[in-house]
Design a protein around this ligand. Structure first.
Ligand SMILES: [Zn+2]
Length: 886
């Protein structure tokens, strides 16, 4: 029995033309009935229902069981909600039988240090091509995962020579669903809201997702921005799988607004300058072949206008820096079964499935046709990386582990997870004229992952000068700029770590670094008579504090530095555990916590302090385990709420209670010591109203610690909780603009004069997409305990605040001077001038409590590790310095 593609698809509204299209493309019309179709496994024709992640998993299991000789299924992790993360390899029986050899062959090509050019030549002539198709990273971009099932079915069921030849020549990796938790959220709520008929109306409940949308994962991350910090299992697991297989092509298949058409490569400007010319050329080849297929079907498409390839933290960017061709495809979204476009057409779910299916096939065809060229380019790319490093005067990168043991360890482990070779010295050494402590990290940029190293570590990646000139031109004409995302992402800067680079490597013993992000710490002198101390200032100590609080230990924190008789100095914020306040098992508990947190804990036999406060001083605070509330739901930013919850729960190791804005308006919050308001999209004045403002003010006055980020700080100002003010753009007011409807005559004597007049209106400062900025730190406060005198922050948007005056509070972190504050990325000159010395972190006591306001999001994408100690001070230090009536 044969089935046709038509028979499989025809039941779906909007797919009636498929038969003609597949025939005209020369696609197979005969399909094997032994390959399970979506309908036979799931009970409905492909494209007629938005499949749940569970159903999709069943389908790929069924394909594997029906064709084990052609389909292998690999797990690479589990989501936060426990769903499997997996990919399948589909190819000819011979290629699948040799999959181990294939992976070994790609590893050999990826590592030219261990591979001769003779071996490489043989591999390039013999290895199959490979392509990795990733679907559904944004859970509410629904059609691509369905297309993953159709693509897999077609490859296995089609009984024509072209498909067979393609599989003889190509290994196809399919990651059908990168974000199962997000899709699950979308699908369950979508069907919950449907009625007797599906609605195509964009204002219908079917087409309006409640907060948070299905786009993000469980912790509400946009997974398509997480490929730098790899904080989420969906991304970290996929990166690991990609480093095992090194596919030649990677495609990330998305959806965009329903009124658009279809987008594929080549990408928009600005290009990241670390992308190779050969890659850009091959991306054109892929785009051109897609264009040919789309032309044959009469499908509209566009290229080059949006979706740039500058920020490397997209799924469709990261693989580029390992030598893979990576790109994004975008289909107009029906965001449900059907959608009425502005032109009045009905776009169906099936339309999306069909276009993603065609784009998948056409790209597999390019991989197959260009097999040898792509293998050769990949080998050349990896070699070129090694050569670039060798030729560089900055060949070696050194990072001193002593400046921040936790952050430097995390960086080294993270780089290893990115497929970068990192080494660690077990002794002190001197390099680039600087002394480095034992345990410092060395990265030789003469390695095949050279461009990945550069992308993640370089402190500045420039956009092309003509592109920037164009942005300035647009801006001066009051038109929006074309910068799509942050223009700065250097990991050492974001971790507040200095790096040194120079041409030579001194002689020393080096050991390879693992992907572990925490090095076990230790308890020194466990039999100490008086107690134990641990130096504050990094996340090793931070994790020790939260773990100790959760264990119920009694812990104190000093507001000031202190020095023991033996000369050992401890910075402000250092943790103190006395035997007198704790049980007999203190040493054993601390030994365990040292191992898991990474902290070094020192036993002390005397509490005699020669400088700084004694343990019984008023300057030493008992830390009570605070109950932390986090504002949730509309109008808060789901991203910022999610990033913050993730950071505190999974990196700090401390639970958070999420509370909806509506509850915060009136609920009794006295059980909570800390409340964090993330940034918001909509107005907090509207959400909280007068009642909410009163409720939160009273809670602060009774001892609550209110922490606000970005737009929530604006609300704190409006609510009279923070005596700052939000600024308009600073400008010369020589020209007076009209405010009345009948005014005196005015002579505009030049085009420039007209320009000045038009721009003299009160406006907000110009928007920035995101740059790394330097802050000056006032270190004489518990809120900055253990924080260095400068830290790096990320500045996005256009909010600039006035400093607090001394009668109201303190400005504990302020932007550096105009010529120093922008450390990476591209920031407009006017913003530099106006941001200089303005506050980033403000503290204002109120009654028995206080308000701690960040003018930006310190938890942005959970990758600004250099701000973590400050945030811990705000939460835990804030709670121990508030004076509620207990
Ligand atoms: Zn997307």
């Amino acid at each position: 029995m044969k089935k046709t593609l038509l028979a499989a698809l025809f039941a779906v509204a909007g797919l009636g033309t498929v038969q003609a299209e597949t025939t005209s493309l020369g696609l197979a019309t005969d399909y094997s009935a032994t390959t399970p179709s979506v309908e036979s496994v799931l009970g409905y024709p492909i494209g007629s229902r938005i499949s749940s992640p569970d159903a999709m998993y069943d389908y790929f299991q069924a394909l594997h069981h029906a064709h084990p000789e052609q389909v292998q299924l690999f797990h690479y992790g589990k989501t936060w909600e426990g769903r499997p993360l997996y990919y399948v390899a589909i190819s000819s029986p011979a290629n699948i039988a040799d999959l181990g050899d294939f992976k070994a062959g790609m590893q050999a090509l990826a590592n030219p240090q261990n591979t001769s050019s003779e071996q490489a030549k043989r591999l390039i002539s013999e290895l199959p091509a490979s392509i990795w198709l990733s679907y559904g990273v944004h859970g509410n971009e629904i059609s691509s995962p369905e297309a993953a099932m159709l693509t897999a079915w077609h490859l296995l069921a089609a009984e024509d020579q072209a498909t067979e030849a393609m599989l003889d020549n190509t290994v196809v990796f399919i990651d059908p669903i990168q974000n199962p938790d997000g899709r699950s959220r979308f699908v369950s709520r979508y069907y919950m809201n449907t009625g007797m008929e599906h609605s195509a109306d964009r204002i219908s409940v079917e087409h309006n997702e409640p907060w948070p949308s299905g786009r993000s994962n469980h912790y509400l991350f946009d997974l398509n921005r997480d490929w730098i910090a790899l904080t989420q299992p969906e991304v970290a697991g996929q990166v690991n799988a990609l480093l095992e297989t090194y596919p030649l092509i990677f495609v990330d298949l998305h959806e965009m607004g329903g009124d658009q058409t279809y987008y594929f490569t080549p990408e928009a400007r600005p290009y990241n300058p670390l992308i190779a010319k050969s890659q850009r050329e091959a991306l054109w080849t892929i785009g051109e072949n897609n264009g040919r297929w789309f032309d044959e079907h009469g499908f509209d498409y566009f290229t080059r206008e949006i979706f740039d390839a500058f920020y490397p933290g997209y799924g469709a960017s990261w693989p580029l820096y390992h030598g893979t061709l990576a790109m994004t495809y975008e289909m107009a979204s029906a965001r449900g079964h059907k959608f009425r476009t502005r032109d009045g057409d009905i776009l169906t779910y099936g339309d999306g499935v069909q276009r993603h299916f065609i784009a998948s096939l056409s790209t597999i065809e390019t991989a197959s046709k260009e097999r040898q060229r792509l293998l050769q380019d990949f080998w050349n790319y990896r070699n070129q990386g090694i050569q670039q490093g060798k030729d560089s005067k900055e060949r070696y990168v050194f990072i001193d582990s002593a400046q921040d043991p936790a952050a430097s360890k995390r960086l080294a482990g993270l780089l290893t997870q990115h497929g970068v070779q990192v080494q660690q010295s077990n002794s002190q050494f001197e390099a680039c004229g600087t002394d480095f402590s034992a345990g410092s990290y060395v990265i030789d940029t003469a390695q095949p992952a050279h461009y990945m190293v550069r992308t993640l570590l370089d402190e500045q990646v420039d956009m092309a000068p003509d592109f920037l000139a164009e942005q300035e031109r647009l801006r001066s004409n009051n038109l929006p700029d074309q910068i799509y995302d942050v223009t700065a992402w250097s990991l050492p800067l974001m971790f507040n770590l200095e790096q040194q680079r120079c041409a030579r490597l001194p002689r020393m013993d080096l050991a390879a670094v693992s992907g572990d992000l925490i090095a076990p710490g230790q308890l020194l002198h466990p039999d100490a008579k008086i107690g134990f101390v641990s130096a504050w200032g990094d996340m090793n100590a931070g994790r020790l504090l939260t773990a100790a609080l959760r264990e119920g230990l009694s812990v104190k924190q000093s507001d000031l530095p202190f020095t023991f008789k033996d000369g050992k100095e401890y910075p402000a914020g250092s943790l103190i555990f006395t035997r007198a306040d704790n049980g007999d098992d203190l040493s054993a508990t601390l030994a365990t916590l040292a191992a898991t947190s990474g902290a070094t804990i020192q036993g002390v036999d005397s509490s005699w302090i020669v400088e700084g406060p004694n343990f019984g001083s008023d300057n030493v605070q008992q830390v009570h385990a605070p109950r932390i509330a986090l504002a949730w739901d509309e109008p808060f930013s789901s991203l910022n709420a999610g990033h913050t919850r993730y950071l505190i729960e999974r990196q700090f190791g401390y639970p958070v209670t999420a509370i909806r804005a509506d509850q915060l308006r009136r609920a009794d919050l006295s059980r909570y010591q800390v409340l964090i308001l993330p940034t918001s999209y909509g107005s907090l004045n509207d959400a909280f109203g007068e009642q909410g403002q009163k409720n939160l003010t009273q809670w602060v006055e009774r001892g609550g610690v209110l922490i606000t980020f970005a737009n929530a700080t604006q609300w704190a100002v409006d609510a009279d909780l923070l005596a700052s003010a939000l600024e308009k753009e600073a400008k010369d007011k020589e020209v007076e603009v009209h405010t009345e409807k009948r005014v005196a005559g005015l002579l505009l004597n030049s085009a420039e004069h007209l320009h000045q007049y038009v721009n003299a209106a009160d406006t907000d400062p110009y928007w920035t997409s995101g740059v790394l900025t330097k802050l000056d730190v006032d270190q004489e406060h518990w809120l900055t305990a253990g924080v260095p005198d400068n830290v790096i922050s990320l500045t996005v948007g256009n909010q600039i605040y006035r400093p607090l005056t001394i009668n109201n509070g303190r400005n504990l972190m302020t932007y550096a001077s105009a010529d120093e504050l922008s450390v990476s990325g591209y920031l407009w000159a006017e913003n530099k001038q106006q941001l200089a010395h303005k506050p980033y972190l403000m503290w204002q006591p109120r009654g028995r409590g206080m308000v701690i306001s960040f003018t930006q999001e310190p938890t942005y994408r959970a990758y600004l590790d250099g701000l973590n100690v400050t945030l811990m001070n705000a939460i835990f230090g804030g709670a121990s310095h508030a004076r509620p009536l207990r």
